[in-house]
Design a protein around this ligand. Sequence first.
Ligand SMILES: NC(=O)c1ccc[n+]([C@@H]2O[C@H](COP(=O)([O-])OP(=O)(O)OC[C@H]3O[C@@H](n4cnc5c(N)ncnc54)[C@H](O)[C@@H]3O)[C@@H](O)[C@H]2O)c1
Ligand SMILES: O=C(O)[C@H](O)COP(=O)(O)O
Length: 524
Amino acid sequence: MYHILAADSIKEEGLLPLLEMENAVVYRGQTDSGEIPLERIDALLVRSATKVTNELLDRMPSLKIVARAGVGVDNIDIEAATKRGIIVVNAPDGNTISTAEHTFAMMASLLRNIPHAYASVKNYEWKRNQFIGSELYGKTLGIVGMGRIGSELAKRAKAFEMNVRVFDPFLTKERAENLGVISSSFEDVLKSSDIITVHTPLTKETKGLLNWETLKLTKKGVYLLNCARGGIIDEEALAEFIENGHVAGAALDVFVTEPPGDHPLLRLDKVIATPHLGASTREAQLNVATQVAKAVRTYFEDKPVSNSINLPAMSRDIYEKIRPFHQLAVQMGSIVSQCLKEGVNEISVTYSGTVASLEISYLTKALLSGFFKNRIDTSVNEVNAVHIAKDLGIVIGEKVSGNSSGYANSMSVTVKGDNRAFTARGTYIEHYGPRIVNLDGFNIDFHPEGNLLYIQHMDRPGVIGRVGNVLGENKINIATMQVGRKEVGGEAIMVLTFDRPIEDAIMSKLSETGDIVSLNRILL
Ligand SMILES: NC(=O)c1ccc[n+]([C@@H]2O[C@H](COP(=O)([O-])OP(=O)(O)OC[C@H]3O[C@@H](n4cnc5c(N)ncnc54)[C@H](O)[C@@H]3O)[C@@H](O)[C@H]2O)c1
Ligand SMILES: O=C(O)[C@H](O)COP(=O)(O)O
């Protein structure tokens, strides 16, 4: 049974994909309510109110997926989640239109004094001369951050015949031309705009993007808008620039601390504000809740999850192509981990043939997860495998090669330890399944599954018979057996599969039969 917590008043109707699951129970409530069995929760759905901190994750040991019903993930400690192998997904486009429309409404309200005029009329006043506003027509709107919301806002501003100048370091010329906006430097946007609005995520780079220094570059009488994240415009600097008359007014939907309480900006008449309402429409809330509910369900159904923040994006088609190799990669990681029983410094994976054109970084992560599974206590998967390798100081190599050794596709992994290296090569054969075709330089061919025994021995008469005898005497049935060697009379290997694991006592007996170099149980 999956335990799912929907926090932060996520729209009930959108939870339908989860409520329809027979093997899931959905709790509603806050993580700090004391009423939710946090230790049992497998999936957590949040908006911006719940702070998914390292401490909260500590209290949720079963958590596998955090789904943000919205865009901004700055309330989630992605690093901490990733280290624990927890997938983080969001709903990137479900509230774009609502937020762009809200920003537009804030801009119009600010320039036409609508909130002030409304309050005055409600107070039975009729002060028409006190609320003279400005037209949007012909004004220059500066947009900082030209992603989904910035672009939708630009379209609306163009419809009002505004000039739109934008700054976004990742905006291509072609896209700017298609949107009919002028792509400029940050400084140019600051200097030339009558109204400036920010639509970037809150990151180390964007925190305080508009600050004591950069605000000085803006036109006297500029209007500022922040419907993205509190802190992108430095709140103290903004208050000062409004008070000294440089900034004509500001419209804020977001604050550094929410709710802001008795905030200096709220005491200023030239500031209009809403309580983080950008995404608060029926449509947006249904969209984002449905998107994340579907993502969580997809995850529990073991299918590829889209919109993951900490996993590569993959379409269903691509996932179907990659799936057989994914299984092979995990098994190869596990095999080399069990065959080279020492600390490793380097793991390099080479892809060739058809597999090389797939999402190989995902396969490398899968291989690493197989490698670490038997070595470390923490649960390991594609999300945290690279972090674990880095923490252990293991160098990861990944490359594509033109030489697939005659196979349609081939994956080869070499792990280097303090004393020696070990290589395995695998392939996936249509209608036949995954095969390991080389171990430690020996050509071989076996299906990587179940209880295996990997024996390195000398290529001498009688070795195979003696191994068979020990197993037979102990009533161990050999399911399959493969042998490989490099040269007559040299070193050779055997890979045997069994219906059950081989006990320690039998391993000792096998090691005492002559000409055995090493023995390794491999459990896949
Ligand atoms: N008020 C609300 O209710 C509400 C609703 C939705 C989103 N948001 C906020 O709005 C933000 C933007 O949402 P979006 O869907 O448009 O995201 P997006 O990812 O589509 O767009 C963000 C854009 O910012 C650009 N960018 C990043 N760093 C930049 C920098 N230093 N300078 C200039 N541009 C930079 C990126 O290139 C990208 O194009 C979200 O991160 C979220 O925090 C708020
Ligand atoms: O990033 C977002 O999607 C918005 O800030 C919406 O936040 P909310 O879900 O708390 O309304």
